[in-house]
Design a binder for this molecule. Structure first.
Ligand code: C2E
Ligand code: MG
Ligand code: MG
Length: 532
């Protein structure tokens, strides 16, 4: 039979390689391309069993298909793996056809799919977490690149996390390796969520290329993975120090963001709004465009106002959202100083000159010397005011170096300023703070006070805490006391001072409450070291 007649049997094929096998499954004819250059099927494959040229699993599939092959009927397409050498394979599609005239010989058409790849899953630097990714951006910028020269590609791979079998794990490892090698320095890809990656790359980078990497990585493991890559520039005209922090906020939004918008959109939107918020906040601090309200803290035994806590107000807004945004953006230290300045001014006003005032500061303000130095400088002309000042440290988690923070607090205490740990008990590290930071007062978080009446465990816990604080000569404050029952409960536990709507809400002109009549429960009067 002529070659052309035989090829007729392969008319279905727009194949790369045409093969004919005999009744024993051995290759008797092969024309076309080999799986890699250097292998000529016309010589290398002749006489060899077809299944020996394939991966193990493919061999089984092909043998089964050949056994079932009927003369004159074309087989279904088989996805197989062709062996190139000991370490490399190439994906391919195989069709078989048994032409009655040449039976039992079988004609096969082989079409390669993608490039040859190494059997071993490539080793790559591990995926970065968000913080390390931001560090890389910083490095890239320090390296003389400006923000216009780097961009983030977001690669979404739906279905990637749908299985945790070996096939998926290998595909994941391949994708991670491919994305790392596509990143700016071969090690700047991060996995934001199970199905979303961020790759730091040059803005000119080709999104389609990244999608192709993902498709090939999936195909290498027999998975059809279709990714969507979108790119977002980092440049948003930000003041340099803010870029990294804004990036952090925007990336957080990409991780937590709903899927209504693409990650590039979420990212750009957040860059824009965060920039606006940062500018608005910076201007607000500069113009001192905020108010201070004051809330009384009372001696739980005598009912007398012990001191006032200064709480920031931005228009009608509560401060919590703005304060935590300012902490995220690294703008809180300037704000804490502006609050201090305002509070000191207020303390000199008629009616306030005998009052003691607590100001809140974020733990961030203790991570360098500026706050403490400025406080000492501002109070230099009237050092006596220091003895009327208390600093409440919130967001203690922001303190990295506790020992250094403690040295700074020590300077304040030496100058006569009292120090209070705010929101005690909310974080797991509260006791570590109490152990490391020398403080005068502990303010027990409102969440404990909320259930102090109904929850015996809370009372037991608080009573131990009060004992501990007493032995450390640390006074205690209970915050968010709203009812007489709560006030009685915390008083009975021996907590020294109380704060909450029961005694007075924060207000620009705080009304001094009448002393709360209470039956002393056989304990010493609320005593705050240094404040009498
Ligand atoms: P914080 O320092 O723990 O302040 C106590 C919060 O509890 C205040 O909320 C106060 O209004 C509220 N509160 C007081 N009594 C009660 C009560 O009986 N019931 C309830 N439900 N709430 C009560 P505010 O003013 O919204 O402040 C929230 C947080 O914002 C503060 O928590 C503090 O962490 C921060 N903050 C406020 N002002 C400043 C500031 O000037 N600087 C800094 N760094 N943070 C501030
Ligand atoms: Mg406070
Ligand atoms: Mg608090």
């Amino acid at each position: 039979m002529s070659i052309s007649r035989r090829l007729l049997g392969l008319a279905f094929a727009s194949a790369d390689t045409l093969i004919e096998i005999d009744a024993d499954g051995c290759v008797v004819m092969a024309i076309g391309a080999g799986p890699v250059s250097g292998i000529d099927p016309g010589t290398a494959w002749i006489g060899r069993p077809l299944v020996d040229l394939l991966g193990k699993a493919s061999g089984v599939v092909v043998t089964e298909a050949l056994n079932q092959l009927q003369p004159g009927v074309r087989s279904a397409q088989l996805d197989i793996v062709v062996t190139c050498d000991a370490k490399h394979v190439r994906r391919a599609r195989l069709r078989t056809f048994c032409l009655p005239e040449i039976a039992p010989a079988v004609s096969c058409a082989l079409t390669y799919d993608g490039a040859a790849f190494s059997l071993a899953v490539p080793q790559a630097p591990p995926m970065l977490d968000t913080d390390s990714l931001i560090d890389r951006v910083q490095l890239a910028l320090d390296d003389g690149q400006n923000t216009e020269n780097v961009s983030l590609a977001f690669v979404d791979v739906p279905g990637l996390s749908s299985g945790d079998d070996e096939q998926h794990q290998r595909a994941e490892a391949r994708i991670e390796a491919a994305l790392q090698s596509a990143s700016i320095d071969g090690a700047s890809a991060a996995r934001l969520t199970p199905e979303r990656f961020a790759v730091l790359c040059n803005p000119g980078g080709d999104a389609a290329l990244l999608d192709d990497h993902v498709r090939q990585a999936g195909a290498a493991e027999g998975l059809e993975l279709i990714s969507t890559t979108t790119q977002a520039g980092i440049d948003a005209g930000l003041p340099p120090g803010l870029v990294m922090r804004v990036l952090r906020v925007a990336l957080k939004a990409c991780i937590e963001g709903e899927d209504t918008a693409g990650p590039d959109q979420i990212f750009s939107d957040h860059l824009k709004t965060t920039l606006q918020e940062a500018e608005r906040f910076t201007a607000l601090v500069k113009k001192r465009d905020f108010a201070l309200h004051f809330q009384p803290i009372v001696d739980l035994v005598s009912g007398e106002v012990h001191h006032l806590e200064a709480l920031a107000r931005f228009g009608d807004e509560g401060p919590a959202g703005t304060v935590s945004m300012a902490e995220d953006l690294g703008l809180i230290d300037k704000f804490d100083l502006a609050v201090l300045e305002r509070a000191l001014k207020q303390m000199r006003r008629p009616g306030f000159t005998h009052l003691k005032v607590a100001v809140n500061i974020s733990g961030v303000s203790l991570t360098n010397d500026l706050y403490v130095q400025t406080l000492l400088k501002l109070t230099q002309p009237h050092p006596e005011v220091r003895a009327r000042l208390l600093v409440e440290v919130t967001e203690t988690a922001a303190i990295g170096d506790l020992a250094a923070a403690n040295r700074r607090l020590g300077k304040l205490r030496e100058a006569g300023v009292l120090v209070c740990l705010d929101d005690f008990g909310v974080g797991a590290a509260s006791f570590e703070y109490l152990q490391t930071l020398s403080v005068d007062v502990v303010k027990i978080d409102g969440s404990f006070i909320r259930d102090v009446v109904d929850n015996a465990r809370t009372r037991t816990l608080l009573s131990h805490l009060v004992d501990l604080c007493r032995s450390l000569k640390v006074s205690t404050i209970a915050e968010m006391i709203e009812t007489e029952e709560q006030a009685n409960a915390v008083r009975a536990l021996g907590i020294d001072l109380g704060q909450g709507y029961l005694f007075g809400r924060p207000s620009a002109e705080p009304a001094m409450p009448a002393p709360v009549t209470a039956t002393p429960v056989g304990r010493r009067r609320g005593e705050v070291t240094g404040w009498g």
